[in-house]
Write a protein that binds this ligand. Structure first.
Ligand SMILES: NC(=O)c1ccc[n+]([C@@H]2O[C@H](COP(=O)([O-])OP(=O)(O)OC[C@H]3O[C@@H](n4cnc5c(N)ncnc54)[C@H](OP(=O)(O)O)[C@@H]3O)[C@@H](O)[C@H]2O)c1
Length: 321
């Protein structure tokens, strides 16, 4: 299996599995210590990862940690960060927290560059669309930032298909970042064909379904205050019970391939499509290595078909709350 993928029509090469930084400071009720995370990301690079995903809304430490971690090998690291969500109030439904106007973007990009301690961002995603700004205007600003050398390529996250088509015409999009995993497959019928048609990479967020697919979070697990999983059905007894068939399937393949469930979840993605790039996140060194080593798990065409057939017969509980 090819361990590298090219982002859309750009000349940016990344490893087939990237590293998601979010959990270091967001969503799991913890802000990890700076030096620990710098050491962890340098270890990730040693293990083989070259693709790192952050965002300002993950807490400003998130970009700062990443920038410091990759500074010694900046040219070999591909940094993806994001724009468009300018306030934490977004998470409680505030639409005013969305801003992708040109004036705001010029400020947002400079603020990210400063926190990252670098002179360019490799991949700059619109984190969420701004209903007040047309896709063409955003794409024009992206073209301007590429021209200025501040970003190398751009992408979108959770943008509607029509929005992607319109923006792509003005300044080609290199990557879509949406949620995809064994428990979140609806994009197969929508965004996958779109990515194929337009030659866009699909970066899969939460590829381990926030850890659920690792089979290491049994019912009754106590989550820290602020850990979103406490409210997600998938992690509750009913969700775990309903998905028993899925977990049995993953465990059977883990045994057959002498791999862990996390590795099966990731190997399945990178085998499925040559443009899929999962970006699992972890704050643990051993898991950094475990997750990356999924690139060594070979799933044959027949096995992929068997998995597909089995999944089609399951009524899977997803990531909703
Ligand atoms: N664009 C968007 O809107 C968006 C939304 C969500 C996420 N993302 C991106 O996607 C990345 C990944 O998402 P995510 O962190 O939410 O979910 P994830 O990668 O599916 O799962 C991460 C969780 O699983 C645990 N974990 C990871 N590897 C494990 C292993 N081998 N065994 C047991 N547990 C393991 C981690 O805990 P430990 O730290 O304790 O190992 C963490 O709690 C984020 O970092 C972010 O960059 C983007």
């Amino acid at each position: 299996m090819d361990r590298f993928r090219t982002l859309g029509h750009s000349d940016i090469k990344v490893t087939a599995i990237g590293y998601g930084c979010m959990g270091q400071t967001h969503s799991y009720g913890v802000v990890e210590a700076e030096q620990d995370m710098i050491d962890l990301m340098r270890y990730a690079f040693e293990v083989g990862y070259t693709f790192f995903d952050t965002a300002p809304i993950y807490g400003e430490e998130n970009e700062i940690y990443l920038g410091k971690a990759v500074a010694p090998f900046r040219d070999q690291a591909v940094i993806a960060t994001k724009f468009g969500i300018v306030n934490e109030s977004f998470f409680s439904g505030d639409q005013e927290a969305l801003n992708s106007s040109r004036a705001s973007l010029l400020e947002q990009v400079d603020a990210s560059l400063k926190r990252l301690g670098t002179d360019h961002i490799d991949l700059y995603y619109q984190h969420r669309i701004d209903p007040k700004t047309e896709p063409e205007e955003v794409a024009e600003t992206m073209a301007e930032l590429i021209q200025a050398g501040k970003i190398r390529a751009w992408g979108v996250s959770f943008a509607p298909e029509e929005y992607i088509r319109r923006a792509h015409k003005v300044c080609p999009i290199s990557a879509v970042e949406n949620m995809y995993s064994f428990v979140a497959r609806k994009d197969e019928a929508t965004y996958f064909p779109l990515c194929e048609e337009l030659g866009i990479s699909y970066v899969s967020a939460c590829p381990l379904a926030k850890g659920y697919l690792t089979n290491r979070y049994p019912a009754g697990t106590k989550y820290r205050e602020g850990d979103w999983r406490a409210d997600i059905n998938l992690f509750k007894k009913e969700g775990i019970d309903q998905n028993r068939g899925l977990m049995d399937l993953i465990l059977a393949y883990a045994e057959k391939k002498n791999a862990t469930p996390a590795q099966i979840a990731l190997a399945w993605e990178i085998t499925k499509k040559p443009y899929l790039i999962p970006i699992p996140g972890t704050t643990k060194k051993a898991r950094v290595k475990e997750n990356f080593e999924a690139v060594n798990v070979e799933l044959t065409e027949q096995e992929m078909n068997e998995i597909e057939t089995a999944l089609a017969q399951m009524d899977i509980v997803g990531m909703h709350r």
